[in-house]
Write a protein that binds this ligand. Structure first.
Ligand code: ZN
Length: 246
């Protein structure tokens, strides 16, 4: 079985389309680690797509806040503005769909998916300490997560904790073979708002039987997303940050 693993789409339809055409023919199922909406201008279209095509989806912090499960008060002003705008774009059914999304961690075909950390879906897994705590909370050897919008993640072999490598700027892919005695917390990166300095949309192909994880990056027409952000009246900074991958 081959999986397309995505996270943090954040209502960016151009980025999602680019990922899907780049990944075409390379997967059997689609799994999403949350944050379908928020920030970018196509929440309704992204939710419609997710509902139809993803085998497993969990909620992210933006999904929760926009659905009213969590308060918006923890968001910065820009995220709040986009969350309020998003709420107005969604139908009652779409808000219900968001509200009913599963809370991670969720087990899918022998691996786990979570938005943030396995012990707290809202916690960012970016430091070695949080990564170590996360490995202790996992029930499987392999987990995929999102939330930080940083492609890569961590591995733990015995007591040794390390960071996973990354796709170089000039290349589309970084492939990693999984060692059966090592645990992995893998972040596919963000489809719709990368923050690791690489503006290209990020995703992972997980070839489970081959024990292979392929981190991929693909360009998309950022100008088009940016124009939509402007005409929707969303804060300009949301478009500008996409060009920098921040
Ligand atoms: Zn996010």
């Amino acid at each position: 079985m081959r999986f397309l693993i995505i996270s943090d789409i954040h209502a960016n339809l151009e980025a999602l389309d680019a990922v899907l055409s780049d990944a075409e023919g390379q997967y059997d199922q689609i799994v999403c680690c949350g944050d379908l909406v928020g920030y970018n201008p196509d929440p309704a279209a992204v939710l419609e797509w997710t509902g139809k095509h993803c085998t497993a989806v969990i909620r992210g912090n933006h999904d929760k806040a926009i659905a009213g499960v969590d308060s918006l008060e923890w968001f910065n002003p820009v995220a709040q503005a986009s969350a309020r705008w998003t709420q107005q774009q969604l139908s009652g059914d779409q808000l219900t769909y968001l509200k009913n999304l599963d809370k991670g961690p969720l087990t899918v075909e022998g691996f786990e998916i979570v938005h943030g950390a396995p012990f707290d879906e809202d916690e960012y897994v970016v430091t070695a300490d949080v990564a170590a705590e996360s490995f202790a909370a996992l029930h499987r050897m392999v987990a995929f997560f999102g939330h930080s919008h940083l492609q890569g993640g961590f591995f733990e072999k015995g007591r040794r904790l390390g960071q996973i490598g990354r796709v170089r700027a000039a290349e589309p892919e970084y492939a990693m073979e999984l060692d059966p005695d090592t645990m992995y917390m893998i972040n596919p990166g963000s489809v719709g708002q990368p923050r690791d300095g690489d503006p290209r949309a990020a995703y992972v192909i997980y070839e489970k039987d081959m024990r292979l994880v392929r981190f991929r990056r693909v360009e998309y027409p950022i100008e088009a997303t940016c124009r939509k952000i402007r005409s929707a009246g969303l804060p300009d900074v949301l478009g500008l940050r996409l060009f920098h991958g921040q």
